[in-house]
Design a protein around this ligand. Structure first.
Ligand SMILES: Cc1ncc(COP(=O)(O)O)c(C=O)c1O
Length: 366
């Protein structure tokens, strides 16, 4: 016998991540993973920055020590890069942890979040974890409808999530739409702008959302080292916000939430602008390669500004499974209410080629 579980916890769905290479290899009866490609979790096809790998090697010999729980050096490095105070930054165990900390701090039964219907599903799962409600607002042309999201705000709304660019649609809101939203959003709400993919945009296309924080608005910006910086396996992201907000989130975190290797690698990656630039180039070229082939084959897709795109395949779950049998892992989208799509991450040129060949073969066979 165990004590009764909180009733809403018993109903929590489990998150369906991109399938690990090892799982799929086991299922297909393969002896190793070398013949399979994973284009399912929007990881960086270039890998981690070599500077980050070097920093991890150096750190390895210190793994008997607890990390600096306050992440002093990483906070300072981020603060000087972003032109904010260290007290305005909180590193987390991936930005997923920071999303959960926002829930710990702001959400209880009766509270609600507002999000876009086809935005990152973790926001909704996190609201469920705290027994809070989710108001899901339909998109317009696969893009956040910020006017409609504002209309969905009620006195119970605590957090509004804007994923920009958005996963899984690969779209972004215009600076004008965001500005209009920021002018009208009520002050009792915290606007969380999730910029997990923002560094994949050309520097002159990256929205200056930290400005809202400098202006003292009720805004929290989330970023991660998992995407453009290629460190998804290490789990490191960060929140930027007002010192009061950061201080509150800081109280709710685990004492050593970001490990030493992650802190060291993140700092090294932050310095490696050339790697980020090479990543952007790979993504642009990969998007061109994939969309040109899809156009040629008459396969529909949602135009994307980041390292993944939604491809219109008919029965997404079946195509996902058939691609897996062809050793290509993508992501089915029925969980996002997009059963006719799969989401594919931009890989290396050879990986994109393998995906396209397999996809065209699968679609010809149905
Ligand atoms: C929009 C968005 N936000 C946050 C995350 C979480 O990233 P991480 O926890 O790896 O920092 C992801 C990961 O896919 C994402 O797509």
């Amino acid at each position: 016998m165990t004590p009764p579980v909180k009733p809403w916890i018993t109903k929590l769905p489990t998150y369906e991540p991109g399938r690990p290479l090892e799982d799929v290899a086991r299922e297909l009866g393969l002896s190793g993973i070398d013949d399979i490609i994973k284009l399912a979790s929007n990881e960086n096809a270039l890998g981690p920055s070599p500077l980050a790998v070097e920093a991890m090697r150096t750190e390895a010999a210190r793994m008997h020590l607890y990390p600096d729980g306050g992440a002093y050096s990483l906070r300072n490095a981020l603060a000087s890069k972003l032109d904010v105070e260290p007290a305005q930054i909180l590193p987390g165990n991936g930005s997923n942890e920071l999303i959960e900390l926002l829930g710990h701090v702001f959400l209880s039964a009766g509270d609600s979040i507002v999000m876009s219907e086809r935005a990152f599903v973790i926001y909704k799962l996190m609201a469920l974890l705290f027994n809070a409600d989710t108001v899901s607002v339909p998109m317009r042309d696969f893009t956040h409808d910020l006017d409609a999201m504002l209309e969905a705000v009620t006195p119970e709304t605590r957090l509004i999530f804007i994923a920009n660019p958005n996963n899984p649609t690969g779209t972004r809101v215009t600076p004008d739409a965001l500005e209009r939203f920021m002018e009208r959003v009520p002050s009792h709400v915290l606007t969380v702008i999730d910029e997990a993919y923002v560094e994949l945009l050309a520097p002159d296309e990256q929205p200056d959302t930290l400005r809202y924080i400098r202006e003292g608005r009720s805004v929290c910006v989330l970023r991660t080292f998992s995407k453009a910086y290629g460190l998804a396996g290490l789990r490191v992201g960060y929140a930027v916000g007002a010192p009061d907000l950061i201080n509150t989130l800081n109280r709710a975190r685990q004492p050593f939430n970001v490990n030493y290797m992650a802190q060291a690698a993140a700092m090294a990656a932050l310095e490696d602008e050339a790697h980020v630039e090479a990543t952007r180039r790979l993504v642009r070229e990969g998007l061109d390669q994939i969309t040109a082939a899809l156009d040629d084959a008459g396969i529909g897709y949602v135009p994307s500004c980041v390292n993944f795109l939604l491809v219109h395949v008919g029965n997404g779950r079946e195509v996902f499974e058939a691609l897996q049998r062809a050793h290509v892992i993508v992501r089915p989208m029925d969980g996002y209410g997009l059963p006719e799509y799969v989401r594919v991450t931009v890989g290396t040129q050879a990986e994109n080629e393998k995906f396209l060949k397999a996809l065209i073969g699968v679609l010809q066979a149905v």
